[in-house]
Design a protein. Structure first.
Length: 221
């Protein structure tokens, strides 16, 4: 699937090990799974640059897919108006929850996520309206239904999780009529429970480019 928006940063610390496991060179069965459930939260977003000085409309959107939760594709969207450059968005001390495991008796083996910071030109959409339109999309619903049927995590299933995340981001980009000029920052990432405990051990992570710096964290719950 061709992505409409290309990532500015990629953080996939276990990608090589995960690929070896998919090829059968490493056995997941012998690796202990210690992380049962997690919360991923956005801690801060610092806007270094905006195109419209003094009146930037900024939207922060996240997509996190796990394949086991009651909602296997979890979405979050926040809009901030009149954002100036060199300004921290008013996220609050507790941060914004981007993902929380919602699966009774099921342990997520894999998380695939995107964090998008975009500048809007006009007709700012309400965050809830955008997410409702995404959820009503027939392709989104088809991928969601397929994820709910997953019972094992081999190469096809893990590929499906990543494809679902990419598809969802493409739907969002189309609805917002977004392009590279609007994109301030896009992070692509993944965590693997077998190799990095779904990112719990990394503490607060920082990613960014010349436009935006984001800090986020995954914590066991």
């Amino acid at each position: 699937m061709d992505a409409l928006l290309q990532p500015d940063a990629v953080f996939e610390p276990s990608a090589v090990l995960g690929q070896q496991a998919l090829l059968g060179n490493i056995s997941r069965a012998v690796l202990p799974i210690t992380t049962q459930a997690v919360r991923m939260s956005l801690k801060s977003v610092f806007i270094n640059r905006v195109r419209e000085l003094g009146k930037g409309e900024i939207q922060v959107i996240s997509v996190v897919t796990d394949g086991v939760s009651a909602e296997p594709i979890q979405l979050c969207s926040e809009v901030y108006r009149k954002v100036r450059r060199r300004t921290a968005l008013p996220i609050g001390p507790s941060g914004i929850t981007l993902y929380r495991t919602q699966a009774d008796g099921k342990i997520p083996p894999f998380l695939d996520y995107r964090i998008l910071v975009i500048e809007l030109d006009e007709d700012v959409r309400q965050a809830g309206d955008l997410l409702d339109q995404v959820r009503q999309d027939s392709q989104f619903q088809s991928f969601r239904d397929s994820l709910l049927q997953i019972t094992s995590f081999t190469a096809p299933q893990i590929s499906l999780i990543a494809a679902a995340t990419d598809l969802t981001l493409n739907i969002i980009a189309k609805l917002l009529k977004a392009n590279k000029d609007d994109q301030l920052f896009l992070l692509r990432g993944s965590f693997d429970n077998a190799f990095d405990d779904l990112g719990v051990g990394f503490g607060e992570m920082t990613q960014g480019n010349r436009n935006v710096t984001v800090k986020y964290q995954v914590e066991a719950v």
